[in-house]
Design a protein around this ligand. Structure first.
Ligand SMILES: *Cc1c(COP(=O)(O)O)cnc(C)c1O
Length: 242
């Protein structure tokens, strides 16, 4: 776990404001209203104290990649801030043997890329919790090595998720290959936006386009992102990859 002792609460507020300024400016540039883009704080690798600091600065939604690490923080934060329910998003790859933990502890999952995982999440969602909010992760670069549903399979998967009882289909998540230059970044994100619009035209009630990170949030917002997932710009550089 990364050491967070260098970061005071003041830092958390300043970083949050700086990120919000970036998303607001990108919205103005794209002639979009600023409230149409939300910020998901990606707290992977950072300890519960870091999440606590961000929550005290006003951030309510947090994203985790590693399931067990995320669950530990969900539990820790519930004890630290019992009166302030946070919203937890699973944004990392999910193996079948981890679906139960995800179904029991998270509010959202952005990284569903096959039916088997969706079915298990729906079956294992505890009845006392509200439905799990789901985005289909789409491999918009069609790279063989990457996780995510292919562009060709994504729409069928979305319809299958829509039909599952304990899941609510919310939209698309993508992580494009890094490319140089704003226009090339926008073009990549626009492939996800086009698919998203197809789904809306087909009658799927989707409202979430989860795309853009610390390095490319402006391009993502220009292409229509409704939720940027921001780690480094909020918490600092991570010590290990992920
Ligand atoms: C780590 C990660 C992020 C945040 O990346 P930064 O560049 O640190 O902002 C966003 N989304 C996913 C899926 C990630 O794994």
């Amino acid at each position: 776990m990364n050491d967070y002792t260098h970061n005071s609460g003041d830092d958390a507020l300043k970083r949050l404001q700086a990120v919000r300024q970036r998303t607001d400016a990108a919205c103005h540039q794209a002639r979009r209203e600023t409230h149409t883009v939300s910020v998901l704080a990606v707290s992977k690798t950072w300890p519960a104290a870091a999440v606590h600091g961000m929550a005290m600065a006003g951030q309510t939604s947090f994203g985790e990649n590693y399931i067990q690490e995320g669950v530990d923080k969900v539990v820790a934060l519930r004890a630290l801030l019992p009166d302030q329910p946070l919203v937890w998003h699973c944004i990392g790859p999910i193996q079948s043997n981890k679906t139960k933990l995800v179904a029991e502890h998270f509010d959202w999952v952005h990284s569903v890329d096959r039916l088997k995982i969706a079915q298990r999440l729906s079956e294992q969602r505890p009845p006392h919790l509200q439905a799990l909010q789901v985005c289909v992760q789409v491999n918009i670069d069609q790279a063989a090595t990457k996780s995510g549903s292919s562009l060709g399979d994504a729409t069928a998967l979305a319809q299958q998720i829509h039909a599952l009882p304990n899941l609510v289909l919310r939209g698309i998540m993508c992580i494009p290959d890094p490319v140089e230059g704003f226009d090339a970044q926008v073009a990549a994100f626009e492939r996800a936006t086009a698919l998203f619009k197809q789904w809306q035209q087909a009658g799927l009630a989707v409202d979430t386009l989860s795309m853009g990170m610390s390095g490319d949030m402006e391009a993502a917002i220009s292409a229509g992102s409704t939720m940027v997932r921001v780690g480094t710009a909020l918490f600092g550089a991570r010590q290990y990859a992920g």
